[in-house]
Each structure stands twice: as C-alpha cells, then as structure tokens.
Design a protein around this ligand. Structure first.
Ligand code: GLN
Length: 287
C-alpha cells in the first residue's frame, strides 16, 4: 500500500476488497468493512459518510495487521472478538466455537416450550456451553428461567461468564467447570437440558472448511464413534437429571440424525422423540 495518493477510507476499502478477494474470500467487501470499522472504532455507516477522509498512519498500521491476519485465514469473528447470534452480540475468542446460525433453532425450540409454561420458574441445564450463546440468549428472552451451564474448558467458561454479564443475565446463569454432568450437583433435576455438543466425526474432517479446522477448538468439534459418542453420553446419563415432563434438545449433524434418534429410543428414557430441521432443511436437532 503506497504511492502519493492519500489513503482515504474509500481507497482502503476498495484496495482491501480486491486483496481479500484475491486471497479467496467470498465476502471480501463485508470483511474489509468490518475490519476497518474495528480499526477505526466506528460504525459501518461512517465508512461511507467519511469515505474521502484520510486515515492516519497509526490506524492504517492497525488495519494492515488485521488484514494480514485475515488473509492468513484467521476467521473475522476472532479478529473482531465478537459475533452475532440470535440478534445479540457475543464475545468470541479462539477458545470457543464461532456461533453458527443453525444453533438458533435450538434456542427457538426451547423458548417455544418455555412460553407454553409461562408463570412457572424453570430450571435449564446447558452442557458444553462454550461462549454461552445458548444459555444467555434463552435467559435473555425468558425471565423466569434460571440456568446451570457447564463446560469442560475453563477458558470457554470465562468467555461465557463475560457474555452473561454483557447481556445482564449473570444473576440467572451459574457456570460450572466439568465434563458434561460431572459439574452438576447430585440429585439436581431440570425442566430443560440443552446442548450443542461436539459431534463431528473424524471421517468428516477432510470435508470440513479448512479455516474451521485450522482455527476453531477441536475439543468443541470432534467426537468419537462417528460423532455420536458425546450425544450418546448425554442421552444415556441425561434422564437422571431431567424432571418428569421435562425436555431435552440436542444439536447434531444431519449425517448422524437417525443414529442419534435410535440411541435416544434405545435408552427407553424418552418419549415424543422428534427430529427438527435447520433452514437448509437438514436434520439438525433432536427434541
Ligand atoms: N456445526 C459445526 C460445524 O459444522 C459443528 C458444531 C459442533 O460440533 N457442535 O462446524
């Protein structure tokens, strides 16, 4: 980036869009906008109201660093330190998965069932909360719900805790470190158990987005037994933690949907088992 022509916001945007496109980005314009807003600490609209404004060397250096990292494949969400889920802003770090839109179905389905029981104080357990998006967005939209959210990663829980505070639901979500139910007090039972656990099979690795594999935490992605091992544990152990009439909602990949439904049936602990689809019409979750 040189020559005598001044580096205005507009010129930086155009240059970066071309550069990121040449590096294989499919959303180069949007990414250039997001990174420049982050460097300049401004809103997207201001990029256009200030299009002709020259950017000083300090800010340019900050922006250059972000563009360099993006070109090297680091996901935009990690560079910005936040991501949107269920129309809410969440902090993300490389210790947690970047929120996926399909996970919103889990939240919507849970909230639908919570609404059918308005007036009741409900207890929800989330297993493998990661950045906390599921528990936080449910708590935010359902004021009578209190949650226990567990994760095996203490670093992820720190992010989740900050997200709960950011959305002012930290008084209704307790976080506990441990492997699935290990962090749940003995004898405690819940109205809802929800989880988006690791469910990607090792055999799917070669079909996955290279950027996901290179930068997102494998602990949150992969599970043995063709992706079903953690889901199986949740289904087998979960009944002991569910109140009668309670609901369990689990996300998985379309590839293992039928197998997970079969595992649920075989436990003999659940009735009304159904599979829900995501927006792409793929089997995505079990209720
Ligand atoms: N849906 C995620 C992906 O395909 C996986 C999330 C998970 O394993 N819980 O990358």
């Amino acid at each position: 980036m040189s020559t005598a022509e001044p580096w205005t916001i507009g010129r930086l945007l155009n240059w970066t869009t071309d550069y990121l496109t040449s590096k294989g980005s499919e959303e180069a314009r949007l990414e250039a906008q997001l990174l420049l807003c982050h460097a300049l600490k401004c809103q997207k609209i201001q990029l256009y109201t200030r299009f002709e404004e020259t950017v000083d060397e300090d800010n340019r250096a900050k922006f250059r660093e972000l563009v360099k990292q993006r070109a090297a494949g680091i996901p935009v969400a990690y560079l910005l330190g936040d991501s949107e889920f269920y129309s809410m802003a969440f902090e993300v770090t490389p210790d947690v998965l970047i929120p996926r839109p399909e996970t919103e179905h889990l939240v919507i389905e849970t909230l639908d069932r919570v609404k059918g029981r308005s007036g009741e104080s409900l207890r929800l357990l989330e297993l493998g909360t990661g950045s906390g998006i599921i528990a936080v967005s449910i708590a935010k939209h359902a004021p009578k719900v209190t949650c226990l959210a567990t994760d095996i990663s203490g670093k992820a829980l720190e992010v989740a805790q900050r997200n709960a505070s950011k959305h002012k639901v930290d008084d209704r979500i307790e976080f506990a470190e441990g492997d699935l139910f290990a962090a749940v007090p003995d004898g405690e039972k819940f109205d809802f158990i929800v989880s988006n656990p690791p469910y990607v099979a090792e055999s799917e690795r070669s079909m996955m987005d290279a950027q996901v594999i290179a930068h997102e935490p494998h602990l949150a992605l992969f599970a043995p037994e063709e992706g079903t091992a953690v889901l199986r544990r949740i289904l087998e152990e979960g009944a002991d933690y569910l109140k009668s009439g309670g609901w369990m909602l689990l996300e998985f990949s379309p590839m293992i949907a039928q197998r997970v439904a079969k595992i649920a049936e075989e436990t003999g602990n659940y009735d009304q088992i159904s599979i829900g689809k995501d927006l792409a019409r793929h089997d995505r979750y079990l209720v």
